[in-house]
Design a protein around this ligand. Structure first.
Ligand SMILES: Nc1ncnc2c1ncn2[C@@H]1O[C@H](COP(=O)(O)OP(=O)(O)OP(=O)(O)O)[C@@H](O)[C@H]1O
Length: 361
């Protein structure tokens, strides 16, 4: 396995790109540590596949370098990069048995039969497919086919990285959670560098130790699931992660404080910089209803049993959601007053986090 470095990477599909808007990847500097479990998360079109194809060697970047353990591989073709890939749709040979399918990547590289046998048995046991080893792949269900496809990606122990590209797309929703947690467990056992590409936050947060969030060809934040939830570096991350996403309120900056509709909103810490667009960010989980606070008319109430989501609209039209645990729920149309937990209330200047964390020097 290897540490993968992306240095000053930019890519445009245009022959003569002019401005940043012509780049599918704007500027990426990133280290993927040896043995790490990473997710590459972002909406459709943000550049995930472009980045994946650059790492695998299917695409040569317009600018920048890719290093595996410090060795420049930018101009190496895919077959010389020693990468395993698992795609959206299973890549297996229907006419072969499960055992033959799992053995194939090893056989292809001339690995000794005894080692192949042991490794196939080990991977089959991890994937819980041992009893299927002598079945023909053609007869397997789609999720078992995808499991075998994953097994083929994991079976070699000499690869630099295993990359998963939306691997759960074909899996039935009720089986997804099973395979998701299986993959996490596999990472812990195989200890390989893994990059998991997805637009699904649940998949990313379940699998990864570090999540790389992309938007419009840029990395907006790299962090643990907890960091992305607690201190989104950008309002985009706040919206994209969480359900419902973070509330973002337009505000004015006066005397070092943030004001929403003329009302001072206490923040976690000092504002470090203001911008042309100033906003307050607060997760619905840290909004409570009380006697006083920001008034809003209740627009929607969703009682989910273990909690309820109340969405209210302030007089200026800003929507604010609160996640409530127990207590009486307001009725639609009722006026409620909302309080924000100050230590969880962030400030964003032109989209970027610009308040000091509580306790920060
Ligand atoms: N072969 C191509 N030629 C021209 N433009 C492309 C090509 N492939 C991708 N793009 C553009 O580059 C940008 C990034 O696309 P990319 O496929 O990398 O995003 P993505 O995050 O993987 O999206 P998805 O999840 O839909 O696959 C998009 O604007 C897309 O239209």
């Amino acid at each position: 396995m290897a540490k993968i470095t992306l240095s000053q990477l930019r890519h445009s599909y245009m022959p003569a790109p002019k401005g940043p808007e012509d780049y599918a990847l704007k500027q990426i500097d990133l280290d993927w540590q040896d043995g790490g479990a990473y997710a590459l998360l972002g909406p459709s079109g943000c550049g995930k596949s472009t980045l994946l194809n650059i790492i695998s060697g299917l695409l040569v970047p317009s600018e920048g370098r890719i290093l595996f353990d410090g060795r420049d591989v930018t101009d190496l073709p895919p077959d010389q990069r020693n990468i395993a890939q698992v795609f959206q749709f299973p890549v297996i040979y229907d006419t072969m048995t499960v055992r033959e399918n799992l053995a194939f990547p090893l056989k292809n590289r001339g690995v000794a039969p005894a080692h192949i046998e042991a490794r196939v048995a080990e991977i089959a046991e991890m994937l819980e497919v041992t009893e299927m080893l002598d079945q023909r792949a053609a007869g397997l269900s789609p999720d078992n086919k995808q499991k075998i496809s994953m097994g083929r990606g994991l079976v070699r122990d000499d690869v630099n990285v295993v990359m998963f590209d939306e691997p759960l797309t074909v899996i039935d929703p009720h089986l997804k959670w099973k395979l998701r947690s299986k993959l996490k467990e596999l990472h812990q056992r195989v200890n390989a560098t893994m990059i998991y590409v997805t637009h699904d936050q649940t998949e990313a947060l379940t699998f990864a130790d570090q999540v790389v969030v992309m938007q419009l060809g840029e990395v907006v934040q790299i962090g643990t699931p907890v960091e992305l939830f607690e201190r989104p570096a950008h309002t985009f991350v706040g919206h994209f992660i969480g359900s419902p996403g973070m509330n973002v309120l337009p505000c004015e900056v006066r005397d070092g404080g943030a004001f929403f509709m003329g009302r001072n909103v206490p923040l976690e810490g000092s504002i470090t910089q203001s911008g042309t667009r100033n906003e307050i960010g607060i997760r619905p989980e840290f909004v409570t209803l009380s006697e006083s606070g920001i008034p809003g008319a209740v627009r929607k109430v969703a009682d989910l049993g273990h909690n309820a989501v109340v969405e209210a609209v302030a007089a200026d039209g800003t929507r604010i959601s609160a996640v409530l645990h127990g207590g009486d729920l307001p009725a639609q149309g009722e006026t409620v007053h909302m309080q924000f937990a100050p230590e969880q209330t962030r400030f964003y200047a032109d989209g970027w986090l610009a308040s000091e964390a509580r306790g920060a020097a």
